[in-house]
Design a protein around this ligand. Structure first.
Ligand code: SF4
Ligand code: SF4
Length: 150
C-alpha cells in the first residue's frame, strides 16, 4: 500500500523487522494487552493455555504496562520481543502486529498506524479492555482459561 503523501510504501511494508529503527519497532505495538495476560503451560506437552487474568503490572483500562521501562524488576519472566525471537513466541495473538509482519502479512485495518486512532483497537474489541481481570482477584489460573486472546 503506497503512502498517501509520498507514494512510497510505509515502513512496515518497506522494511523487514530487523531493518526497523527502535522507534518504528515500538510503534508497531497496537496496545491490545493480550500478551500481558497470564498463560499456563502444560508440563508434559508444552501446550499453552491462555487466561483472562492480567499481569499485575497491566493497567486493564488502558491496556498498558504501568512500569514498562523497569518491568523486569517486578516481572522477571516478562519477555522482550525483538526481531530475532518473535518467531519463537507462538503464543502471540493472531492479531499481534509483530506476529503478522513476521509471518509476511499486513496490519489490520484498525491498527493505529493505518487508522491514526489508538483507541480503535479497543472499540473493535481487539484488546483486553473490559475482558481481563486483575491477578489479585483471580485465584487459580486454571479457573480462567479462555480462547479469545489467541
Ligand atoms: S500482543 Fe503484540 S500488539 Fe498486542 S500488546 Fe502485545 S506486543 Fe503489542
Ligand atoms: S510486565 Fe508489563 S509488559 Fe510485561 S507482561 Fe506484565 S504488563 Fe505486560
Amino acid at each position: 500500500m503506497p503512502d498517501d503523501d509520498t507514494g512510497e510504501a510505509p515502513f512496515w511494508q518497506a522494511k523487514s523487522l530487523d531493518q526497523m529503527t527502535p522507534a518504528e519497532w515500538e510503534s508497531l505495538c497496537d496496545g491490545c494487552g493480550k500478551c500481558c495476560l497470564e498463560k499456563l503451560e502444560d508440563a508434559d506437552s508444552g501446550e499453552i493455555s491462555h487466561t483472562n487474568v492480567a499481569c499485575r503490572l497491566l493497567d486493564i483500562r488502558r491496556c498498558r504496562c504501568t512500569r514498562y521501562a523497569e518491568r523486569r524488576r517486578f516481572v522477571p519472566n516478562c519477555e522482550q520481543l525483538d526481531p530475532g525471537n518473535v518467531h519463537r513466541f507462538t503464543w502471540l495473538p493472531s492479531s499481534c502486529a509483530y506476529r503478522l509482519l513476521a509471518e509476511g502479512r499486513d496490519l489490520p485495518w484498525w491498527h493505529h498506524l493505518l487508522s491514526g486512532d489508538h483507541e480503535l483497537v479497543h472499540r473493535v474489541g481487539a484488546s483486553v479492555q473490559g475482558r481481563a481481570i486483575p491477578e489479585r482477584r483471580a485465584g487459580p489460573l486454571e479457573h480462567h482459561i479462555v480462547t479469545w486472546p489467541a
